[in-house]
Design a binder for this molecule. Structure first.
Ligand code: SAH
Length: 244
C-alpha cells in the first residue's frame, strides 16, 4: 500500500533538499520519488543528505511536467502553506489527509506534491491536484523547509497506515466506485471545455468560467461511474450541435 504513495517534488532548486526528502521518505517507509524538472540531479549534495536513503534517489524518476508525474493517480494532494484562489477540497489537518490517502492507496497510485523552495506551486500546477493540504504552523512564520514538510506529511501517512483498521480496508470498493485517475478527469475537462466552446456558451476567450466549473467537479469528487455518466451526457448534447 505504501508503494502506491508517490512523493512528487516540483522544480526543486537545492539538490540537498532532494536528498533530505529522500531520507525523510525512507524513514517512513515511502520509496516512490518523482522529480519534475529538478535544477540539478543527480548531485553529490543530494547523495550526501540522503544518507542511508541513496536507493530512493537511485530509483527516483525525472519527468518534465507535473501532469506526467500524476496522470495515473486517483488522488493528488498539493502541499501548500497558503490558501490559493482555487477552491479545491482542502485538508486543514494532515492526519485527515493521511487517512484518506491511505484508503485511496489500497487500490491505485496517489501523489503528494511539493512546490519550489521560493515560489511553491503555480496555479496551473494546483489545477493538477484533486486536494490541497496545509501543515498548521505559526501564522507569522509558517513556511517550512521543503524536506521538513515532506517529513511531516510522510510521518502522518505512515501513522495512518500503522493505525489503519484492517477490517475496514478488507472491503474493496467496486471499480466503478473508485475515484477516476487524473487522466480520466482531464479527458472529461477537455470534453466539457470543447462543448462549451462549440455550443457558444463561452463567449469571452479569457473567461474564468471553465476554471470555476473544473473546481466544482474537483470538489464533487465524482466516481469513475459518475464521470462516465457525465461524459455520456456531454456526448448526447454534442450530437445535437449543428455540424460545421
Ligand atoms: N514561498 C513558497 C513556500 C515554498 S516552501 C510559497 O509561498 O508557496 C516549499 C514547499 O514546501 C511548498 O511548496 C509546500 O509544498 C511545502 N510546505 C512548506 N510549508 C508548508 C506548510 N506549512 N504546509 C504545507 N506545505 C508546506
Amino acid at each position: 500500500m505504501l508503494s502506491n504513495i508517490r512523493i512528487v517534488l516540483v522544480q526543486t532548486f537545492h539538490p540537498g533538499n532532494i536528498g533530505a526528502a529522500a531520507r525523510a521518505m525512507k524513514t517512513m517507509g515511502l520509496t516512490n520519488l518523482v522529480l519534475v524538472n529538478p535544477r540539478t540531479f543527480p548531485d553529490d549534495e543530494a547523495t550526501r543528505l540522503a544518507a542511508g536513503a541513496t536507493d530512493v534517489l537511485e530509483n527516483a524518476r525525472c519527468v518534465s511536467s507535473l501532469e506526467d508525474a500524476v496522470h495515473d493517480c486517483v488522488q493528488v494532494v498539493g502541499a501548500s502553506a497558503r490558501l490559493r484562489s482555487l477552491p479545491l477540497p482542502h485538508f486543514d489537518e494532515p492526519d485527515d489527509m493521511a487517512r484518506q490517502v491511505i484508503e485511496s492507496a489500497t487500490q491505485a497510485p496517489v501523489a503528494l506534491v511539493f512546490g519550489r523552495e521560493r515560489s511553491g506551486l503555480t496555479n496551473n500546477e494546483i489545477r493538477c491536484c484533486t486536494h490541497q493540504v496545509s501543515i498548521p504552523a505559526n501564522p507569522e512564520y509558517g513556511i517550512l523547509n521543503l524536506s521538513q514538510a515532506v517529513q511531516i506529511l510522510a510521518y502522518e501517512v505512515h501513522r495512518a497506515w500503522r493505525k489503519r483498521d484492517e477490517s475496514g480496508f478488507a472491503y474493496q470498493r467496486p471499480l466503478e466506485a473508485t475515484p477516476p485517475s487524473r487522466e480520466q478527469l482531464v479527458y472529461f475537462q477537455e470534453h466539457l471545455g470543447h462543448l462549451m466552446q462549440q455550443s457558444g456558451f463561452l463567449t469571452q476567450p479569457h473567461a474564468r468560467t471553465e476554471e470555476q466549473l473544473q473546481a466544482l467537479f474537483a470538489r464533487a469528487q465524482p466516481s469513475r461511474k459518475e464521470l462516465s455518466l457525465l461524459r455520456g451526457l456531454l456526448s448526447a448534447f454534442e450530437s445535437h450541435l449543428p455540424k460545421h
